[in-house]
Design a protein around this ligand. Structure first.
Ligand SMILES: Nc1nc2c(ncn2[C@@H]2O[C@H](COP(=O)(O)OP(=O)(O)O)[C@@H](O)[C@H]2O)c(=O)[nH]1
Ligand SMILES: Nc1ncnc2c1ncn2[C@@H]1O[C@H](COP(=O)(O)OP(=O)(O)O)[C@@H](O)[C@H]1O
Length: 207
């Protein structure tokens, strides 16, 4: 599983910390990073489209996919099921694209076990007050759904120490810069470990 020609990035965060906004902004700047579209049993939000943010499926459909081993990883999060299908990432990575997964910490840990080279990034909000206000201002979720997400946030944030990098999303542009820096650093590391030996080292006559 370590022979894929692309890089795999995994971004996790408590709800409202800004992971979707950061990942979206990264992909607008960097066409080489492709998203993995997950399956979920939760209902779509206002602007969300089937096949773009998620594949929205029923519980029986989801369970059928679990049965047929279609998921690379899946988890129960905030009372719903979410999963990364094998199809969502394997083709893209094999084609040499870098793939970014926006999944919860349970999924991130499963992915790291499967792909030792996956880069795990955790996004933190600057404060509890700011996290609450972002969830309210986003204006997408009912108060009880927001409460559940806030209740789960403490346990999720305790997992940040298992990740390779932590970004504090206070100023959006600074956090985006940090995310770009991680992607860039991983590409340079990848070059050093794999391609460079064949191409550049040969050209420079280094053995
Ligand atoms: N394990 C796993 N978690 C996922 C997947 N897709 C999304 N999630 C996570 O499920 C949680 C809820 O996502 P969502 O309902 O979009 O809410 P949001 O975090 O408030 O934007 C987030 O932590 C997502 O990262 C997946 O395929 N696998
Ligand atoms: N650095 C930031 N400063 C202020 N608001 C932000 C920042 N980052 C994201 N937001 C806003 O916070 C809300 C939650 O962001 P979102 O990307 O949906 O979070 P997540 O995907 O982690 O649930 C959105 O309304 C978004 O525009």
């Amino acid at each position: 599983m370590d022979n894929f020609p692309g890089n795999l990035f995994v971004v996790a965060a408590p709800s409202g910390a800004g992971k979707s906004s950061l990942v979206k902004a990264l992909m607008e700047l960097d066409a080489k990073v492709r998203p993995s579209v997950s399956h979920t049993t939760r209902q779509p939000r206002g602007q969300e489209k089937h096949g773009r943010e998620y594949f929205f499926v029923s519980l029986p459909e989801f369970d059928q996919m679990v049965e047929s081993n279609a998921f690379l990883e899946w988890a129960n999060v905030h009372g719903q099921r979410y999963g990364t299908s094998r199809k969502a990432i394997e083709d893209r990575i094999a084609q040499g694209a870098d793939v970014i997964l926006e999944i919860d910490f349970q999924g991130a840990i499963q992915v790291k076990k499967l792909f030792a080279n996956a880069v795990l990034i955790f996004i933190l909000p600057p404060s509890w007050e700011e996290l609450k206000s972002r969830l309210h201002n986003r204006g997408e979720d009912a108060p009880d759904i927001i409460d559940l997400r806030l209740q789960n946030a403490a346990d999720e944030m305790a997992q940040a120490k298992e990740f390779d990098y932590v970004i504090i999303n206070e100023l959006f542009e600074t956090a985006l810069f940090d995310l770009k820096a991680i992607v860039h650093a991983q590409r340079l590391k990848y070059l050093a470990q794999r391609r460079a030996r064949a191409d550049i080292f040969q050209a420079l006559n280094i053995t």
